[in-house]
Ligand binder design. Sequence first.
Ligand SMILES: NC(=O)c1ccc[n+]([C@@H]2O[C@H](COP(=O)([O-])OP(=O)(O)OC[C@H]3O[C@@H](n4cnc5c(N)ncnc54)[C@H](OP(=O)(O)O)[C@@H]3O)[C@@H](O)[C@H]2O)c1
Length: 254
Amino acid sequence: MSLKGKVCIITGASGGIGKAVVEKLAGEGATLVLAARRLEVLEDLKAKVKGKENILCVQCDVTKQKDLESLINTTLLEYKKIDVVINGAGVSSQHPFWEQPLEDIEKVMYTNYFSYVMLARLVVNHMKDRKCGHIINITSGSVMVEPPPRNFLVYTSLKVGLRAFAKGLFWEMRDFGIKVTSIFPGVTDTPLTGKLKDVSGEAGRLMEPETIADAILFALKQPANACPLELAVINQTTPWTKPVIPFKQKHPEK
Ligand SMILES: NC(=O)c1ccc[n+]([C@@H]2O[C@H](COP(=O)([O-])OP(=O)(O)OC[C@H]3O[C@@H](n4cnc5c(N)ncnc54)[C@H](OP(=O)(O)O)[C@@H]3O)[C@@H](O)[C@H]2O)c1
């Protein structure tokens, strides 16, 4: 299926995976609305990619409902429709639970769970009216680890909830022509994983963000009668029996 002219909102567009998604989709002729807090990073990205005339940058703090409402309204005002929402904004917080800063718990909950559910809720009636649309959530390969990995309890349990939400949303919206896809990336080389590359000692274990963007492109290009509900892209060389994330690791600095 062609993405030419499809209007796609991408949250977390200034980050590692989001940026890779922007580059791929711009090359496909899609119309893109890039959302993140750092407007200057978005504008810089826009200036560098193909098809910049079809890109709109919107400053948005996804933890704030009014910013999400404004993101939807601005997109509709400018382009009259929304075909795709890619929820990619995310933060990490790696700590033993008893030491996890209290403010991190709130930040992870609002960024990684609340914003995904709220943005879906804000767009779903528009998609329902048009009898088409695709919501893609960048979840995490950590949902496949049982029990949730140490240091990642809050992060992973929210991603598990997000997986359940997306699966249920698909079945609820399927007859309205709306697709829902969860992408489960393994450990990917982005600012979110910070210094993990150095810590793990084997840089090649981390995947490139473009690999995850390719999975998203695959999901988007399927024919109207097919929805990849879940796509896991996991590191071939990361044995779960030997965690890449040490028990004691400081939160990567921004
Ligand atoms: N990297 C991995 O290994 C990995 C593995 C599994 C899953 N994931 C998931 O993949 C997604 C993207 O992660 P990434 O690795 O690309 O991270 P990243 O490089 O750190 O990028 C995170 C993005 O989220 C945005 N963001 C964070 N807080 C925000 C807020 N309050 N409002 C708006 N935007 C906000 C950041 O933009 P601003 O700072 O400009 O706002 C940035 O664009 C996340 O959901 C993450 O959990 C990543």
